[in-house]
Design a protein around this ligand. Sequence first.
Ligand code: F0G
Length: 409
Amino acid sequence: MPTFEMKCMECGRVHDMSRPAYACSSCGNLLEISVDIDAARERLSKTNFASRRLSVWKYRELLPVTENTRIYTRGEGGTPLVRCDRLANHLGLSHLWLKFDGTNPTGSFKDRGMTMGITKAKELGMNVVTCASTGNTSASLAAYAGHAGVKCVVLIPEGKVALGKLAQAMMHGATVVSVRGNFDQALDMVMRSSDSLGMYVLNSVNPFRIEGQKTAAFEICDQLEGACPDTLYVPVGNGGNSSAYWKGFKEYEELDFVAGHPEIRGVQAVGSAPIAEMFAKGRDTMVPVQNPETVATAIRIGNPANWKKTIRAIKESEGTAFTVADDEILAAQRLMATLEGVFPEPAGAAAVAGLAKDVARGLIDRSSKIVCVSTGHGLKDPDTAIKQCSRPHVIDADMKALEKLLEDA
Ligand code: F0G
């Protein structure tokens, strides 16, 4: 059996990995990459794996590439697992870490998937790549497309993408299409046009994206020196990242690199919460939210394309998904910035907001090992940050004025 196969997540049908594909040609469900763990172990035994520098490509043998694959990389992964004693203290917890993926090259976790995705796009001979995006995917794709020398077309919801992300997509030279509609509509347009226009889709429906993103789970276990967190809080938008984390934790467990796996607790914003709604109502199918809203524009998604994958992941982990309100997200963002020196964008604070809510509800074992995933950097969305803070003090260039101000403060 080959080390990697592209299979339907539902019926298991194997698809040709050398052709672009996202959904099963038999039943229409999403594809995923299955890894033969014994074969991967064999590949790993030939390397000095443990001594390699932390990064996405540290895990090359667990990623669907060959020795001949040309890797397109900007130095993604290897992000800090920040021990948060002040925040833990504030919440009454003992062991808390943030996996801060805002330190990736374009400022979000998307780069993990994109280094893998663009590498595959080139291997497949694609000359045009595309995505729909709430901002970060477009920023990341535009950067990697520039690096790899392929054309890039991104569709974004008009007026709902944070300024920094828009600047990135434009600056990296993408064709930026602003759609009068939301992310879900933009993704629908991307999926319907990609084949006829010869564009390779690099949204998280692309199974290779998930492979790159699963490395964040590997990193966490390595950073905890072979231990595994008890609980992982992760924001859920389109549902790709939560399922990628689970895939990573499971593969590491199967490899015996770690004992056990965390419970995944998915966090959605109140106005954009079809996955949390499934758990709250005990539903088996997802009912899309027609007009999703939230201050965390990155996760302003009503019809998550990966809903089946994320539901499966969360259930297998014996976790759940639930909501936090926008003001809880903003409060968590402030806490992270002021107590820990970590500045996330609002979606990157949703996990901590979820943890704070669980603490308040008494749902958490205070001595357990908890990791919150912070997915994007706060500089992406300066407008939302500035709105929450008091204005700078303005004084004359005069020592007396400074002394007076500081005395009064
Ligand atoms: N956090 C941030 C900062 C994001 O940008 C996203 C998704 C998520 C969380 C949710 O991850 O979709 O895998 O469940 N952003 C996508 C984008 C949709 O277009 O940038 P998910």
